[in-house]
Design a protein around this ligand. Sequence first.
Ligand SMILES: *[C@@H]1O[C@H](CO)[C@@H](O)[C@H](O)[C@H]1NC(C)=O
Length: 424
Amino acid sequence: METKSKVTPQLMMAVGTAVIGSFQFGYNTGVINAPQNIIESFYNETWSSRFSEPISRTTLTALWSLSVAIFSVGGMFGSFSVGLFVNRFGRRNSMLMANVLSFIAAAFMGFSKLASSFEMLITGRLIVGLYSGLSTGFVPIYVEEISPTGLRGALGTLHQLGVVIGILVAQIFGIESIMGNASLWPLLLGFTLLPAFLQCVLLPLCPESPRYLFINCNEESKACSILVKLRGTDEVNEDMQEMREESQQMMREKKVTIPELFRSPNYRQPIFVAIMLQLSQQLSGINADQHRWMSYVSTVAIFSFVAFFEIGPGPIPWFIVAELFSQGPRPAAIAVAGFSNWSANFLVGMSFQYVEQLCGPYVFIIFTVLLLGFYVFTYFKVPETKGRTFDEIAAGFCESASQRADKYSAPKEFNTLRGDDPDL
Ligand SMILES: *[C@@H]1O[C@H](CO)[C@@H](O)[C@H](O)[C@H]1NC(C)=O
């Protein structure tokens, strides 16, 4: 069954607008690293003028680590709340609403210097983290739901591309002669307001997800007319049929809770894989690579590493979760995966300063070793999902679960997991 995959202007416009959210996530992930020294001296000055004594090194490191890592605490709460929004307000409107958080956060961070308040900066980081947690949930859902089956993977990686570009732009803007200096850093942090504004202008011109209209709102004809525009053809029966089947499957399959996900042998292995992939993305240092001591040259080197990683294994975690689980366990699995990703993000953010103080630049060796470990894990344990339907992937996991139970069966687990089965 070959689905027609045409990139129409409407589709590009909608995907392009959505990934402005990914850009904001990337930007806010990267923006805090370059101006570290400058913001630290702002903390120092604020502290001295408020308490009439200089800040201790310990307090400063703790405050700084908190400013970096509280972003992930926001992200954790955000990623847990994705489901509340997308099913109630729709995918597009959720993205639109989330930008309110961006505006508030930009104001908090942008005016923190004027108000001599590092609390405001930390609060702003928390709020923009909340935005990012929501956004990293909304964008892949929306992009996946508006894309034709054949283009889902390709367009899905645009989310990750948006993140990388966000990190890159943050690095460039953070250069001292641009905005990474004592007078302009509030603008650097507040800049996220501009993409938020742009997205607010463009989103109303984008369609709501047809899958949401069909499955959540029962608006079959609306879904159909949006599909016609997105696909650029009247022949959308295949898509409609796919959604019809999905909606029936959703009714048949009962919702799986988070504890059940860990208890059932059918889900245990895929959820373990999903968690490991999330951890690997974070702990391999993807969000800590960028650092203050790097010159222009190392910026390029490290960026190439980040880009290479992002184009390679980086994007897998967010999309594979949706592909490893069927309707019933999917929401719980996505929540668990999001939680693991942001927890790892928090740990890296909180501990990076301390580890770096201990090991200096060797900190990258730790991350490289971790990365290699995760590569090996991925190679052996993560199934090939490309070109396979969800049912085939799930069947692979169930089969391997039952094979472990039945020790006399032939050990063909690897074939199944690696996707080398002959009937493909
Ligand atoms: C805080 O600023 C003072 C004065 O500029 C400086 O002497 C001190 O080393 C700074 N403290 C830290 C922990 O950087």
